[in-house]
Design a protein around this ligand. Sequence first.
Ligand code: PHE
Length: 338
Amino acid sequence: MDIQDIDDVTTRALTELAAAEDQTALEALRVKYIGRNGLLPELMQGLKAVPPADKPAMGQALNRFKVGVTAAVAERKTALAAVAQTAKAGAFDLSLPGRWPRRGRVHPITQLIDKTTEIFRRMGFTVADGPDIETEYYNFDALNTPADHVSRDLADTFYLPGGMLLRTQTSAVQARYMECHPPPVRIVCPGRCYRRDTTDATHSANFHQIEGLYVDEKVSLADLKSDLDHFARELMGPGVKSRFRTHFFPFTEPSVEVDFSCHMCGGKGCRVCKHSGWIEIMGAGMVDPNVFELAGYDPEAVTGYAFGMGIERLAMILFGIDDIRRLYENDARYLAQF
Ligand code: PHE
């Protein structure tokens, strides 16, 4: 080896060292070039055979090799350590607890809409729909409700420009549906209703109802009773019964209010049923012949029953919610328990 060879080896060694990918590769190169059995000791050994006149120059070349390689090893070592440090700082920490996506829940009102429609679907009812913004005709006139009826008062109903209003009851769907579907009819209509009520623990200006309408030949009050008994058991539990109390609605004759026996105490009397054993659930009755006539049905040919109940009320009874406002505040922590 002459001086040129040694300088070439030096250059190559420095290039290799600068490219060492990790500490292991770097260490291998260090051993190869300046380790105890590496190239440097071998070359030093060879120096003995060099003629005395060439020795100083040769010695200097070897020194350049030794100093250069030693410095390059140290430099690369520091650089690799710095890279490793940065990678570690930004790395995925496997010991951290996972990030759980928050799990949603179906709102109690939606749960009750789903549950009630499901029960009636199994009884052969289909789901019908109508608009929230109604005409006075469908909300009142078609339901045999005269112009001087209290529910039509400005203080009770939200009137809109152009003779429209926000429907006060899902009963508004009845005439709409019958006008374009010949009997038999078996529908439930869940939806929003609006009344000029001052909000308190049991009233809300915006609430939900589910309406039922069954029209066919020879539908009787006994059908209403047995169907609602079945509904009561499906919704509240096997021991629950229904009872009728006479009432008045302009669009049904006879009209009843329907109570279910208390699902909590079995009718003995408790806090939930205010010690009466019964819980008021809905309004119902046999469809008034005038309603059939206005919808274009022949009241001599068909009879039918209708019922309507408040969804919020059902949710409050079933989940033990004491204030209707809790259903609208949308505090997810509160609603998540149902
Ligand atoms: N629409 C009535 C109400 O809102 C309930 C009802 C529906 C009564 C159908 C009888 C028949 O109070």
